[in-house]
Design a protein around this ligand. Structure first.
Ligand SMILES: C[S@@+](CC[C@H](N)C(=O)[O-])C[C@H]1O[C@@H](n2cnc3c(N)ncnc32)[C@H](O)[C@@H]1O
Length: 257
């Protein structure tokens, strides 16, 4: 493990912020570890609609980049995958380890930065991120790192905020996305909010496609998530009315050449 002082500034800031937020994610961890059928994102969309996990995970090597409390790892392990979780927050991993003990499910959990993972090239068949590295790590670093970790033909699936929603997001805390474009699309990359210490990364679709292709991936699908009419969320940054009209989350599915 490298000295945290050597970590990039955004990784240090996100580590401190996620260590502080971890307690707020314990209840969600307990709920999601206990789920029989995975669901995804802020609206809990069923796996059958999103297809985040490949059908053929049994016997495959899978890694979650920014695993947090590791419930996605648990879902993959229960499907027969050999799983590794990587997360930047020791406090989040503490919850993950407690969940492992309570559910009797063991797999390696690495404390570290998904931009530089201490594992060999071509170790995995599948990499996944749900609001993990795909939101909080620098795409110019974590996408090539995911490509390095995957075997040829391996898949990377990630779910994050939609670019459109970011453009409509007021800077004030706890205020939902509006029906106005509040920031320019050109030049968006690193995003900071005035209300906390975290650093996020948001790319236009063109920028994602160019980065993914440059890193050795072919884009197979982009799912723009639409919640059902009765969906609920605990997150204040978007309303159901908004999310029923425009995509507030997007799932990228890409394959390593
Ligand atoms: C919203 S959680 C997502 C994980 C999981 N889906 C969950 O909800 O518990 C975001 C996680 O990304 C992790 N993270 C942020 N930056 C990271 C980085 N550079 N490398 C690895 N993990 C990172 C945070 O520590 C946090 O646990």
């Amino acid at each position: 493990m490298r000295d945290p002082g050597e970590l990039p500034e955004h990784v240090r800031r996100n580590r401190a912020q996620w260590d502080a937020w971890a307690a707020q994610y314990v209840a969600n961890a307990e709920k999601n570890w206990a789920l029989a059928e995975p669901d995804w994102g802020i609206w809990n969309i069923p796996e059958s609609e999103v297809g985040m996990l490949p059908d053929d995970l049994a016997g495959k090597d899978a890694i979650e980049l920014g695993c947090g409390t590791a419930y996605v790892c648990a879902w993959m392990a229960r499907r027969g995958a050999r799983v590794v979780g990587v997360d930047n927050s020791e406090a989040q991993l503490e919850t993950a380890r407690r969940m492992q003990r309570e559910h009797g499910l063991a797999f390696p959990l690495l404390h570290g930065n998904a931009e530089t993972v201490a594992l060999p090239d071509r170790s995995f068949d599948f990499a996944v991120s749900e609001y993990g590295a795909c939101l909080w790590a620098d795409p110019a670093l974590w996408v090539p790192e995911a490509a390095r970790l995957l075997r040829p033909g391996g898949r990377l699936h990630f779910l994050t905020n939609s670019f459109l929603m970011m453009l409509c997001q007021p800077v004030e805390d706890d205020v939902a996305a509006t029906d106005r474009l509040l920031r320019p699309a050109f030049g968006v990359y690193r995003v900071e909010w005035p209300t906390d210490a975290s650093v996020e990364f948001h790319l236009s679709h063109g920028d994602w496609i160019r980065l993914l292709r440059r890193s050795g991936f072919e884009v197979e699908d982009l799912v723009e998530v639409r919640p059902p009419e009765d969906a609920t969320t605990r997150y204040p940054f978007v309303t159901l009315e908004w999310a029923r009209q425009w995509p507030c989350e997007e799932v990228w599915k890409v394959r390593r050449r």
